[in-house]
Write a protein that binds this ligand. Structure first.
Ligand code: RAT
Ligand code: ZN
Length: 432
């Protein structure tokens, strides 16, 4: 063998990991790739107190509140009278001291504490509080993004939220790491509520979705697209979502939202399957899940091939159908394992199924983080769950007769963690 062909063979072996080396090659790619987190409820420091961070917020996350009420005798009514600090103390004592924190959401808090070298078995939160109080929001955000391996987080921005609207109206300075999304839940879900608010803002709307009202909602959406520069529009929908529907919401969806998305070249994110407030006593923790009839999605994609949809379904039973629809309509981009599905067992099942049916053409996960530091554990968990799934796919491929190179692994991981989303919205974000 001459020197050049020897070098080629050596390079080839280096580039094509053996079946045994695959998992570590996948892990390397996952840890080297900065994520674009395409759906969160996080905000930059300039948004002030609507951006949640710190130990008391981590502990009063509604995923933990739901678990707290299972273990505690405290009634929700009594719990809501407590200060945030007292609520956090009660949750710490109940879920972390008196019980072993083995659930996904409780383990998450443990992982965050550990990441900051804080005690994970302390009887109280004093040391953790001391640490978080000492952080400056700006530096802390930089630190958390770095620790989480996330370059860009996509926000959820509701222009009708009384706390958020003034932030936008006063012209908040944009931060490229936090990308805006125009959230339409108030308009599309609870139409009885916002029409008076919109009328108060000078839009000539009514509660019947008349032609004038449709035009005015389009004006509202245009105004907010110009003000906010969102990268997509989004709505969460119940399991009973129907398309087409001749309700005021159905008319606004069809005649105002879909055309506005087309006009501004924005995808629409549909998060389908939430049953809001089945137990209002526990507030944000009181939402549940229901299986949706995805024929509505079928009709939507058939009728509007020029609209692009990011789609996440909350019910486990809808996952397979979503994959099938994504094979029929290339204007669907399935994304994430949302909310009650964001547990390793569910993520594993759903991701394997998606790879088998869609190859690399989907977005495996978003964090849905509500509290900044959750990025650390949610993305760590996602990387940990994805590694063996991807490795198993490559090993099967090798067994079937096709090697994969490290470059290909890096390309696939890059697609999953950032570029499938970037391509869908037609924007590239800086990864540094
Ligand atoms: O996962 C969650 O935190 C839910 O409460 C919802 O916010 C959901 O993600 C949504 O965006 O509607
Ligand atoms: Zn969300």
């Amino acid at each position: 063998m001459n020197a050049t062909s020897f070098e080629k063979t050596r390079l080839n072996t280096l580039q094509r990991p053996s079946a045994e080396e695959i998992e570590s090659a996948v892990q390397d790619a996952l840890s080297a790739t900065q994520c674009v987190d395409m759906h969160t409820h996080l905000y930059p420091a300039a948004f002030g107190k609507i951006g949640l961070w710190g130990i008391d917020e981590l502990l009063t996350y509604h995923y933990l509140e739901a678990e707290f009420f299972r273990h505690s005798d405290l009634t929700p009514e009594k719990y809501w009278t407590l200060s945030k600090r007292d609520q956090a103390d009660a949750i710490w004592k109940t879920l972390f001291v008196e019980n072993t924190p083995v659930s996904e959401a409780t383990r998450g808090v443990v992982a965050v504490l550990k990441a900051f070298d804080l005690p994970t078995e302390a009887p109280d939160l004093s040391e953790a509080r001391k640490f978080f109080v000492a952080q400056s929001p700006e530096a802390h955000i930089n630190n958390v993004l770095r620790m989480a391996g996330v370059s860009t987080v996509v926000m959820t921005n509701d222009p009708l939220d009384p706390e958020e609207m003034p932030v936008w109206m006063k012209g908040v300075e944009s931060d490229a790491r936090f990308q805006p999304v125009l959230r339409l839940d108030r308009i599309l879900r609870d139409w009885s509520d916002p029409w008076e608010q919109l009328a108060g803002l000078g839009y000539k709307v009514d509660n019947r979705a008349s032609a004038m009202c449709v035009a005015e909602i389009r004006r509202f959406l245009s105004d907010w697209c110009r003000r906010m520069r969102p990268i997509y529009m989004a709505v969460s929908l119940p399991d009973t979502f129907e398309f087409p529907a001749d309700t005021p919401q159905g008319i606004l969806f069809r005649e105002a939202v879909l055309p506005a998305c087309r006009e501004f070249g924005l995808p629409l994110s549909l998060m389908i399957g939430v049953r809001r407030q089945v137990n209002p006593r526990i507030r944000l923790a009181g939402d549940a899940v229901g299986r949706a009839d995805l024929r509505s999605l079928e009709r939507l994609c058939q009728k509007y091939p020029e609209n692009r949809f990011l789609v996440s379904v909350l019910s486990r039973e809808n996952q397979h159908e979503l994959c099938v629809y994504a094979r029929k309509f290339n204007n669907i981009m399935p994304f994430g394992c949302w909310w009650f599905l964001n547990n390793p067992s569910m993520v594993e099942e759903i991701t394997r199924e998606r790879i088998e049916m869609l190859g690399t053409s989907f977005i495996p996960q978003h964090s849905d983080a509500r509290v900044l530091e959750q990025l650390i554990y949610k993305w760590r968990n996602t990387r940990r769950t994805l590694a063996p799934i991807l490795a198993a796919s490559y090993r099967t491929l090798i067994e079937d007769g096709r090697d994969v190179t490290r470059q290909e692994i890096r390309r696939d991981v890059e697609k999953f963690l950032r570029s499938n989303f970037e391509r869908w919205i037609g924007r590239e974000f800086s990864a540094s």
